[in-house]
Design a binder for this molecule. Structure first.
Ligand code: NAP
Length: 248
């Protein structure tokens, strides 16, 4: 009997959880525990790390998991690597629900970099207002460029002091193009630092940057081991052996 484990924490993972619940497939939804009040899921939910590859392999065994779906954020590289290793160890089929990265259009002004440190180095020397559209755990290296005024946006208010003074917006997406334009205009944002997450939920800031002709320092996705990937919830349902009904 199928019993799926969804490694979640993204909007796509929530869509998948809804489809799996609707189809009546047994599954567990797993949150990493980074967000204080994660969205409710229509499936049994667990929260927090498994304890590396060994812990995840143990969990798969203990809970008689037959399929693992990695629907984590494309930058959540550790859990994705652990899933590849634990599934190989336990012989459990694994698939990633992964949206395509955003493509740069000819009118975009992107500086593509490999990681956060390269993003810091790509900022201009002269003081600028910078929207750092990256998670709070990645902002510390920007303290080395204190001449800039940084705007940060988090889902939860920061619990610990930030590594530098910043303008903090607390808000949960998705954000519309109009809201992003308004936010960027109101603050006089001149540079954006973003990660190439792909998908529609986080794309409005990229569209706003394009509309305003602003440069975007775009951090590329981390390299991950080879694994089966699919972009749609419908594709995952098929992989689970569920027949798709039109309109479902
Ligand atoms: P990460 O660096 O890949 O993971 C760090 C550790 O957190 C993992 O080794 C694992 O701990 C635990 N973990 C992460 N995701 C988990 C999950 N879904 N279920 C159980 N344990 C999980 O990932 P992260 O950047 O901390 O992201 C954590 C979660 O937030 C992910 O579910 C991700 O989808 C979501 N999220 C991340 C981002 C982002 O930008 N990174 C953005 C939006 C949402 P153990 O080794 O102990 O198992």
């Amino acid at each position: 009997m199928t019993r799926a484990l969804i490694l979640g924490g993204t909007a796509d993972a929530s869509l998948l959880a809804a489809a799996i619940a609707r189809a009546g497939i047994a599954a567990v939804y797993s949150y990493g525990g980074r967000t204080r009040a994660p969205a409710d899921q229509p499936l049994p939910t667990r929260i927090g790390g498994f304890g590396g590859v060994v812990g995840l392999a143990d969990y798969i065994h203990r809970e008689a998991i037959t399929h693992v779906i990695d629907a984590t954020h494309p930058f959540a590289a550790e859990i994705s690597r652990n899933a590849v290793a634990a599934c190989a160890e336990t012989g459990t089929p694994l698939i990633a629900l992964e949206r395509a990265p955003w493509d740069k259009s000819p009118v975009d002004n992107w500086i593509e970099v490999a990681d956060v440190n390269a993003a810091v180095a790509a900022l201009p020397e002269s003081p600028a207002r910078v929207f750092l559209a990256i998670g709070r755990q990645h902002i510390a290296p920007f303290a080395t460029r204190p001449q800039h005024t940084y705007t940060l946006r988090f889902v939860d208010p920061p619990e610990a002091p930030l590594p530098f003074a910043a303008d903090v917006i607390v808000s949960r997406g998705p954000f519309t193009l109009d809201r992003e334009l308004e936010m960027m205009r109101a603050r006089g944002i001149a540079w954006i630092v973003a990660r190439n997450s792909g998908g529609d939920g986080a794309r409005a800031k990229i569209d706003a940057a394009r509309a305003l002709g602003l440069p975007v320092i775009m951090i590329s996705r981390p390299e991950l081991p080879e694994r089966q990937r699919i972009e749609s919830v419908a594709g995952i349902m098929q992989w689970l052996g569920h027949r798709i009904c039109l309109g479902a």
